[in-house]
Design a protein around this ligand. Structure first.
Ligand code: G1P
Length: 297
């Protein structure tokens, strides 16, 4: 049995330029899907998977993200006074235990691998999770929990994976598959953003990882890869070269790329339709909208 995974790294240093002008003053991780910031979805998924320590790798301009995790004492007191129990519960559910969150600064945007490496001193010789908050996943059980359960069986390192269209593979890390066991595949290699037409498979890496401590050691090389950046994918691929196991899990669930406008819009619709208090009115609105548009075509 491998050691329990209790720490997760959240690389949140990106500038979010695809969402300018919004990201001029708010970190993209605070952008709201229905009524919760993206980061809350990531935290909830990590908690459901048993994560106890949350390490944010941040950069300049991310103050609002740090503030988001402060307890809102005045607001809580006022809701309590007014007897607004539901709102109070919603608010309290976001409270984090003191000392459970650490913030580390990435001083230079040198890539995802570098961001993860910045957290090295907060980890002992233990497996750890990495969650990319842009990838929002609707799934039950939540994706990271599915991975923790699978990892308990396999050990080694594990990435979340899903099939993508051939012409999209060059936007992802892609698995070279040694053995396909159904939900789990064993990798013989991993390539970050392969040139069009050269992807070793159609299985893309999605932003959930459970990594062996040796991946952090591989990152010590600080070797530049695709796009001149230090890539996490390369440090995971090194595991395979050195004879250690790397698996991909075809998770059950729907992934949204909330780092893109279209992905964010799709996620807004999907998560809106999941909410009991919204779905009736919202789906009526969407069907009417579509029929009016179709009639006008
Ligand atoms: C990152 C990773 C890539 C992965 C992707 C998933 O790329 O480097 O391997 O497939 O996330 O979203 P990015 O989207 O940050 O360019």
């Amino acid at each position: 049995m491998s050691r329990k995974v209790t720490k997760a790294i959240f690389p949140v240093a990106g500038l979010g330029t695809r969402f300018l002008p919004a990201t001029k003053s708010i970190p993209k991780e605070i952008m709201t899907l229905v009524d919760r910031p993206l980061i809350q979805y990531a935290i909830d998924e990590a908690r459901a998977a048993g994560i106890k320590e949350f390490i944010f790798v941040t950069s300049r301009g991310k103050g609002a993200l740090e503030d988001y995790f402060d307890h809102a004492h005045e607001l809580e007191a006022s809701l309590r006074e007014k007897g607004k129990k539901d709102l109070l519960d919603t608010l309290r559910a976001t409270n984090m235990e003191s000392g459970a969150i650490a913030y580390i600064r990435q001083h230079k945007a040198l890539g995802l691998g570098h961001a993860v490496w910045c957290a090295r001193r907060l980890l002992a010789d233990e497996p750890f999770a990495v969650i990319l908050t842009d990838d929002v996943i609707l799934g039950e059980p939540p994706c990271l929990q599915q991975m923790i359960e699978a990892h308990e069986e396999t050990g080694g390192s594990m990435v979340a994976t899903m099939e993508v269209a051939a012409d999209k593979a060059s936007s992802y890390g892609v698995l070279d598959v040694a053995e396909d066991m159904g939900a789990i595949v064993r990798a013989r290699g991993m390539v970050e953003k392969p040139a069009p037409g050269t992807a070793p498979s159609n299985l893309a890496v999605i932003g959930r990882y459970i990594l062996a401590p040796t991946v952090m050691q591989n990152l010590n090389k600080l070797r530049a890869g695709s796009g001149g950046e230090i890539q996490l994918t390369d440090a995971i691929a090194d595991e395979i070269t050195e004879g250690r196991d790397v698996f991909g899990l075809r998770f059950r669930g729907q992934r949204f790329d909330c780092g893109s406008k279209i992905g964010f819009l799709q996620a807004t619709v999907a998560f809106g339709l999941e909410r009991d208090e919204l779905k009736g009115e919202f789906s009526d609105y969407l069907s009417n909208l579509m029929s009016v548009r179709r009639a006008a075509e």
